[in-house]
Structures are given as structure tokens and as C-alpha cells.
Write a protein that binds this ligand. Structure first.
Ligand code: NDP
Ligand code: BG6
Length: 492
């Protein structure tokens, strides 16, 4: 068993929604697969007063769906401990230090510590600073890693302030900023598809690709998260992080090797070469939306917890232009929104048609060559498909388009690790490949801030799209102006 699998986790927000729904099941799966050694312990923390037994009962409930063997589950939860802890109370950190050292000895963790802050973002910096100032970090040669959730700031300035706070206790290579989209199978596969297949990489540029389209559509609305979502909106909630991370994997140049530092360097270069829009550029290249109601469902402004005069965006679409030799003339279109036609995460890459369509002019031929389109399906299906032109089977020469499809089988899907399982695995191995680095986050905010600033100062005409549609018509017009159209139109 590698040393990386020895660790003490200190989980701040140990009874929170994310921890109970996602984090414990993911850790349990790692434990079952043997990736987490018996030399691990988890100290759950929040203000609640719980006994270890009460905490373990919560974990049992949390992992129930993943539990086939009760004995393994019981063994797993025996590694869990609880401490009531207020992150603002300095005295409480002295207890953490003591308990941490005891658990290190008891479980022979090698002094490796993972501090996971699964709490509201305003606590990320406080915890990082206090861990450092109160000497809770391990000092005996083990690793100290800090894991934080989203959102990472609400603009560049607040993100920078947060990053400075984190840096007071942790170096960049010790900080793991979770973006759960980077734990999704298709997203993780992008570098392999590109750099493992000369067939694709050879044409992965403005000479052959007409446009790239990224759609992260949700059919759900704001649900019970208005408190957070109404202060964020689609641009901050889905575009600044998940969407631009996917853009960076699609747009980056080939790294020297597949190690996190080299990959991150290329991703940053790609993100930094996105054109930053002027106010006019924002108006021309970005579209926002808010969903309307129908007979059975309220509009966004009448969802529970949303102010009736809210101008928050529940949909955002935009065009990205790169100032670099690979992508100069190829637009990347992005869109994400709530209450759209389907839950659908995908990338559609449209290739250029041949300069001359000889079949359109040949004697006795009919039809017109179509674009080749490579589709990467992220959610809910995992797969890829390439549409190509071929001859149909009728008499004479007629061209038709057929898909070359790969769809992940149910059998294979059942073996795929959960996103948080992959990410925990990488944290334990110190591999930052599928986490957002600070320069990437900064570049993403530099791109998004001017859009948000224009939107904050101008009154929108909301609501402007129907529930169950694919967003406002302006999002279609955005592409139409370039002679393009969204490849994915929704199933409704
Ligand atoms: P919750 O509100 O469910 O949990 C917050 C936790 O923080 C609770 O355990 C709470 O326990 C604890 N807490 C609050 N104040 C203090 C304090 N002063 N000292 C110590 N503990 C405190 O949040 P979520 O689990 O939903 O979210 C956690 C993080 O994950 C956030 O950054 C969120 O943005 C992110 N996230 C969540 C997702 C989700 O699906 N839930 C999805 C993606 C990201 P107590 O009251 O007992 O102190
Ligand atoms: C989260 C956003 O980061 O991603 C949510 O805060 C959104 O608003 C969610 O619903 C979508 O994630 P997934 O994995 O369901 O596509």
C-alpha cells in the first residue's frame, strides 16, 4: 500500500449536505477498493455536539446505498471520530492539534493530513489561516493538503483575497480546489482523446474546426438553493468554473508530459489567450436569460426565496475568441442554464466542410456533404460520436451522414468511480491534474468579470425564455450572426 493512502482527514462541515451525500460514499468506495488503507482516520467537525457513535450512525446512513457487506461498512465507520468545533474559536484548534496527533499515532498515518473545508465559502480562508497560526498542520514530514469547494470568490478581487488567505498557510501545490466537473469521465478523457489520437490532434485547430460548442444544460430550476443561487447566477455558478475548465482542456496545447504542473501551464496559457471583451464586446458576444413560468410552474422570480424583482441570470451564453495561432478564427460557443429542455452536458465540435463539394456537382449525384461533428457526451450519457459523410445504399451516388458511436455500457458505467471518489484518490496521491489551479481561476475571472460588470449596470428584459426550451432566442442569434447554429437543439 503506497504511503499516499495513509492519511488523517479533518473534515470541516462534517454533518453538511455535501459531506453526507457525496463525500462519505466516495470515501467508502475507495475503502472497498483498497485505495484507502486501514491507516486512515477521519475527524468530523462542526459546531454540533455529537458522540463518535452518533456520528458513525450518520455515516452508516450516508453510505447505505453503497453498502453490500455490513461488516465492511462497520469496519469503515470505526475510523470515524467527531469533535465539536467552531472554526472561529481559536481555543478549539488546540483540541484539534491534540486529537490529530493521537489519531496519527493510533492509525500510523505517517503524519499525512487532508483538511477538507466543506463549508460556506466565507470560512475557507478563516480555516486555512487558523490551521496555520494554531499549528494544526503536521510537522513530522507528512503532507498537509487543503481541499476547498466552490465557489472560489465572486469576482477576481474577492478570489485574489481568498487566495492570499489560503497562501498564508498553504502553498499552491498543497491546495486542491474542487471542480466536480473535472471528476466526470468524459471531461477527464478529453486530453487522452486529443493527445492519444493523431487523427484528431492533427485537425484540432482553426484550419479544420469551424466552431466548438459547449452546453451544460439543466432541466431543474433553482430548487431550494435560492439563498446562494440568487447571489451567483449562471455566469458565476456554471460558466466561470465548470464551463471554462472544459474550454481549457479543449483549447490547450499539448503539454510536455501528463503531469499536473505541465498540464496546468498549458491550460493557463489557453485561458489567458481568451479575448477580454469591452462593454460593447460583452453586448455583442454574451446573452443572459431568466426563465418564465408556465401553467404549472412559477417563473424564477416566484420561486421560493427569490426576490420578486430579481435580475439574476438563470441562463448565460457567450462566444469565446482566442488570440492564439491554434484557434484565431474558430469561435467557442458556451451556454448553461436552468429549466432548459433536458439535463444535457456535451461538447459538439463542428468541422469545416470540404472546400469543394465534388459530389454536389457530379453527374447523377445528389445531396450535399454535411459537416463532420464530434460530440463528447458528459451527462447524463457518457460517450462520443463522430458524424461522417458516406454513400447511402441506394442506386446511384447519394451521400448521407452516419454516426460512429461509442456509448458507455451500463456494465462499464457501474465500474466508473464517482466524481468525488476520483478526486479523493488524486488528493491522496498529490495529483492536481483535475483540480483548478490559482492562475486558471484568476484567468477565468478576468474573462468573466467584464461580462458581469456590464450585466450589473444594465436592466435586463426578464423573463425571456420558456421553461423546457433551450434558452432565449438571442442565444440562437448569437451563432446565427456567424452563420452557425447550435448543433444540440434539445429533445422537447
Ligand atoms: P451545509 O450548509 O449543508 O453544511 C455546512 C456545514 O458547516 C455544516 O456541517 C455546519 O454545521 C458547518 N458550520 C457552519 N458554521 C460553522 C462554524 N462556525 N464552525 C464550524 N462548522 C460550521 O453546506 P453544503 O454541505 O451544502 O456545502 C459545503 C460546501 O460545498 C460549500 O462551499 C458549497 O458551496 C459546496 N458545494 C456543495 C454542494 C452540494 O451539493 N451541497 C455542491 C457543490 C459544492 P453546524 O451548523 O453544526 O456548525
Ligand atoms: C453545481 C452548481 O456546481 O453544479 C449547481 O452549483 C448545478 O447549480 C450543479 O446544479 C450541476 O452539477 P451536475 O453534476 O448535476 O451537472
Amino acid at each position: 500500500m503506497a504511503d499516499g493512502t495513509r492519511a488523517l482527514f479533518m473534515l470541516f462541515g462534517g454533518t453538511g449536505d455535501l459531506a453526507l451525500r457525496k463525500l462519505y460514499p466516495a470515501l467508502f468506495n475507495l475503502y472497498k477498493k483498497g485505495s484507502l488503507s486501514k491507516h486512515f482516520a477521519l475527524l468530523g467537525l462542526s459546531r454540533k455536539e455529537l458522540s463518535d457513535e452518533e456520528f458513525r450512525a450518520k455515516i452508516m446512513t450516508s453510505i447505505a446505498d453503497e453498502t453490500a457487506d455490513q461488516q465492511v461498512a462497520t469496519e469503515f465507520v470505526s475510523h470515524f471520530y467527531w469533535k465539536s468545533h467552531d472554526v472561529n474559536n481559536m481555543d478549539h484548534y488546540q483540541d484539534l492539534k491534540k486529537i490529530g496527533n493521537q489519531l496519527d499515532d493510533q492509525y500510523q498515518t505517517g503524519g499525512n493530513r487532508v483538511f477538507y473545508v466543506s463549508m460556506a465559502p466565507r470560512f475557507f480562508g478563516i480555516v486555512a489561516q487558523n490551521l496555520q497560526s494554531q499549528h494544526v498542520l503536521s510537522e513530522n514530514g507528512g503532507f498537509n493538503r487543503l481541499v476547498i469547494e466552490k465557489p472560489f470568490g465572486r469576482d477576481y478581487q474577492s478570489a485574489k483575497e481568498l487566495n492570499d488567505q489560503l497562501n498564508s498557510g498553504f502553498q499552491e501545490n498543497q491546495i486542491f480546489r474542487i471542480d466536480h466537473y473535472l471528476g466526470k469521465e468524459t471531461v477527464e478523457a478529453i486530453p487522452v482523446l486529443r493527445f492519444g489520437n493523431p487523427l484528431l490532434e492533427a485537425v484540432w485547430n482553426q484550419n479544420y474546426i469551424k466552431d466548438v460548442q459547449i452546453t451544460l444544460a439543466e432541466s431543474l430550476g433553482v430548487e431550494d438553493r435560492a439563498g446562494y443561487y440568487d447571489t451567483a447566477g449562471a455566469l458565476r455558478d456554471m460558466i466561470q468554473n465548470h464551463t471554462l475548465q472544459i474550454v481549457s482542456y479543449l483549447a490547450m496545447d499539448q503539454p510536455n508530459s501528463f503531469v499536473d504542473t505541465a498540464i496546468r501551464a498549458e491550460k493557463v496559457k489557453a485561458l489567458e489567450s481568451m479575448e477580454i471583451y469591452t462593454d460593447q464586446g460583452v453586448k455583442d458576444n454574451f446573452v443572459r436569460g431568466q426563465y418564465a413560468g408556465d401553467e404549472d410552474h412559477p417563473d424564477y422570480r416566484h420561486e421560493s426565496g427569490v426576490p420578486v424583482d430579481s435580475n439574476n441570470d438563470t441562463f448565460a451564453a457567450g462566444k469565446i475568441v482566442f488570440n492564439n495561432p491554434r484557434w484565431g478564427k474558430t469561435p467557442f460557443y458556451i451556454r448553461s442554464g436552468k429549466k432548459l429542455a433536458d439535463k444535457q452536458g456535451r461538447v459538439d465540435i463542428e468541422f469545416k466542410k470540404p472546400l469543394v463539394d465534388i459530389f454536389a456537382k457530379g453527374t447523377g449525384t445528389t445531396g450535399e456533404l454535411q459537416k463532420n461533428v464530434l460530440t463528447l457526451e458528459i451527462d447524463p450519457r457518457v460517450g462520443l460520436s463522430l458524424t461522417i459523410n458516406t454513400k447511402d445504399s441506394k442506386q446511384g451516388l447519394h451521400t448521407e451522414t452516419v454516426p460512429l458511436d461509442y456509448l458507455q455500457s451500463d456494465n462499464r458505467a457501474a465500474q466508473v468511480p464517482l466524481p468525488y471518489e476520483r478526486l479523493f484518490h488524486d488528493i491522496l496521491n498529490g495529483d492536481g491534474t483535475y483540480f483548478a489551479s490559482w492562475p486558471e481561476v484568476a484567468a477565468a475571472w478576468h474573462f468573466v468579470d467584464p461580462v458581469q460588470q456590464v450585466w450589473d449596470t444594465q436592466q435586463p428584459d426578464f423573463p425571456n425564455y420558456q421553461q423546457g426550451s433551450m434558452g432565449p432566442t438571442a442565444a440562437d442569434e448569437l451563432l446565427a450572426r456567424d452563420g452557425n447554429a447550435w448543433f444540440y437543439r434539445g429533445t422537447k
